[in-house]
Each structure stands twice: as structure tokens, then as C-alpha cells.
Write a protein that binds this ligand. Structure first.
Ligand code: SAH
Ligand code: DHB
Ligand code: MG
Length: 215
């Protein structure tokens, strides 16, 4: 979801206790606000992703949509030293800026930034993974799910941001959402509701955050 404009006292309390940003996360956050679009996850969503990755002892995670590496850092810190967070970004400037931001940090060796269109890159990633976090172009989520269904191990996680698509999936008509994107996300959500294949919940965050355990 995009950054909450309104930080309630409860949220401030939770963030301070459990989702504090260190210098690196804080610098990435500031850089996003100064140089790019603030469409990254919130600190508590970052901590949730981190916690989920640790709960399944993830060693290999694929993230689709890097921006400037904010969620990547939360995820990478859940990995053991030999673990890898592979993050896919089509925008060359964003990929380069992310490399600069994480250079010399604790997570530099655990993050691999692969530049290019995610669908193209995914077709080259053939090994099994523990977790996928989708947060790029929403119209491609069904195609990303085709890949994730094959590559995520049983007991692994498929996580996706923005799965309410500004309300489009349940009938709102937000102007900037195309009918094709609306259909794509409805289809994506319906597929993850198959309890033979997944144990899923969509968290009612601002724009919906789906968590699916692959059975
Ligand atoms: N996960 C990040 C935010 C990602 S914003 C965080 O929370 O910190 C979405 C990103 O996806 C943007 O940087 C955009 O350039 C990228 N993106 C959009 N379409 C893409 C595609 N087809 N392939 C790869 N990256 C894509
Ligand atoms: C947008 C993308 C996101 O991933 C998000 O969480 C919020 C907004 C966007 O493209 O506008
Ligand atoms: Mg998002």
C-alpha cells in the first residue's frame, strides 16, 4: 500500500515498539520521498514480511518490484548469511539507486537486484523458492502467480500487495484502474481462494495485502 497519510496514536505506538527503522531503512524512506514516488510498504508491513520470512525459515525470496529497496531490506534481514533476496526491477534508474543505497550495508551481499521486465526475468529463475513478494504492475499478477505456483515450495509463501486494487475488485470504479487490471486482480484473488492449493487471507490494509501459504 502507499504510505499512510494519517499515523494514528496506535500505529505510532506499534511502530515505535516493533517496527522501528534503523539508519539504512530511514535513509531509503527519506530518499523515496525526496526523489521518487512514495508507493513503498509501511514499516509495520515491512516487519510483517520479515516475520513471515523468519517463520518459514526462508533462505530464498523473490521480490517483484524493488523501487528503492525499502521492502527488500526488511525481507533480506530475515535471511541467514547465505540466504538470498532476489529483487526484480524494470526501471534502470531505480535499480541503480537501490544498489547505491545498500552498498556497504549489512544486507548488500544478501540482495541481488535483477534489472529488466519481471516476466522476462522470472522465466530465467528456475530454482525452488521459499517466498515471493509481488508488488509491481498489478495487471501482471496472474502471470506472476503462474510462476509462483510452480516455483514456491510446499509450505512456502506467496505474498502480494495492492490486491484490493483501490476497491476495483469488489465493484468500486476508481478512474485510474483499467477494466483489464480489474479483471486480472479479481482472477488472481479467486485463484488464491482455492483451499486445495492455498491457505490464504487478504489483510484489510489500505489497499489489501494477501498472504497465501502454498499447501
Ligand atoms: N516493493 C517496494 C515498492 C515497489 S513499487 C517497496 O515496498 O519498497 C513498484 C515497483 O515495480 C516500481 O519500482 C516499478 O518500476 C516496478 N515495476 C513495475 N512494473 C514492473 C515490471 N513489469 N517488471 C519489473 N518491475 C516493475
Ligand atoms: C502504487 C503501487 C503500489 O505498489 C502501491 O503500494 C501503491 C501505489 C501505484 O503504482 O500507484
Ligand atoms: Mg504496493
Amino acid at each position: 500500500m502507499s504510505r499512510d497519510k494519517h499515523v494514528t496514536p496506535a500505529l505510532a505506538y506499534i511502530r515505535k515498539l516493533y517496527a522501528q527503522e534503523d539508519a539504512l531503512l530511514s535513509r531509503i524512506n527519506t530518499t523515496i520521498f525526496e526523489e521518487d514516488q512514495a508507493i513503498h510498504i509501511s514499516p509495520e508491513e515491512g516487519k510483517l514480511l520479515h516475520l513471515l520470512a523468519r517463520m518459514i525459515q526462508a533462505e530464498t525470496i523473490v521480490e517483484i518490484g524493488t523501487l528503492l529497496g525499502y521492502s527488500a531490506v526488511w525481507l533480506a534481514r530475515a535471511l541467514p548469511p547465505h540466504g538470498r533476496l532476489i529483487t526484480l526491477e524494470k526501471d534502470a534508474k531505480r535499480a541503480a539507486r537501490t544498489r547505491e543505497l545498500i552498498a556497504g550495508s549489512d544486507v548488500e551481499t544478501r540482495i541481488a537486484i535483477l534489472e529488466g521486465d519481471a516476466l522476462q526475468t522470472l522465466s530465467t529463475l528456475t530454482g525452488q523458492v521459499d517466498m515471493v513478494f509481488m508488488d509491481a504492475d498489478k495487471i501482471s499478477y496472474p502471470a506472476y502467480l503462474d510462476w509462483a505456483e510452480k516455483q514456491v515450495r510446499s509450505g512456502g509463501l506467496i505474498i502480494a500487495d495492492n490486491t484490493l486494487l483501490s476497491g476495483a475488485v469488489y465493484g468500486d470504479r476508481p478512474e485510474r484502474i483499467s477494466p483489464a487490471a480489474q479483471e486480472a486482480m479479481k482472477n488472481f484473488n479467486k485463484r488464491l481462494a482455492d483451499s486445495q492449493k492455498f491457505c490464504t487471507l487478504q489483510l484489510p490494509s489500505q489497499d489489501g495485502l494477501t498472504i497465501a501459504l502454498k499447501i
